[in-house]
Design a protein around this ligand. Sequence first.
Ligand code: PEP
Length: 245
Amino acid sequence: MRKPVIAANWKMFKTTAETSQFLEVFLPLVKGCHDVEILLAPPFTSLAVASEMLKVSGVRLCAQDAFYEKEGAFTGEISVNMIVDCGCSHVILGHSERRQYFKETDEILNKKVRAAIGGGLEVIFCVGETLEERETGKTFDIVGRELEIGLQGADYSKITIAYEPVWAIGTGKTATPGQSQEVHSFIRKKIGELGAVSKETGIIYGGSVKPANIKSLMEEKDIDGALVGGASLDPVSFSQIVKYN
Ligand code: PEP
């Protein structure tokens, strides 16, 4: 049985003080929500303060990226070990903003995935097509390639896949439940062919998820949760998404 996962990706938002203010409101709102795995991915600078406040809450801490080398002269980078040291259990890898603005290729992402899992983290691995790719009928080719190369040799029991159509991220356009289900079902089949026990792998949706659309997405049989950007920045709105039922 796959447990639903609802994850907040704060991107480059919130100082340490703003993180504390969010958690003071959010944690009481989700107290007792045990049937959903709640993840919070603040910026690196807020990991320590969040880790302290999340103790005994059941909410798990996630980093937004990690480098694949263990240590060394890599100015500005953060290692898996450092993230674990800050109290993280998870890391997001392959977000389309990392692929687009920081030129992370499938090959680089595969190194990151292996390093993260090797260092004890679970991975939220993002895949998804651009609008042009969708309109030219390439969705399955793109998503299939991202899975094949990005997850090569990885331990699928440590992976949750986030299907995030690039055209739906931060745009207010949500893929319909039917559009998402079609790709989620493709992903489940594909990872089965690649060696995963696919009925056990969580596949979550991301792209303009809000309190108003989470329930209909969660009704689809292959949608196991959500990765939430904009709507996770407000504690009340994020708690409503967590309590979609
Ligand atoms: C994201 O950043 O992963 C995301 C899905 O953002 P938003 O919810 O704002 O579209």
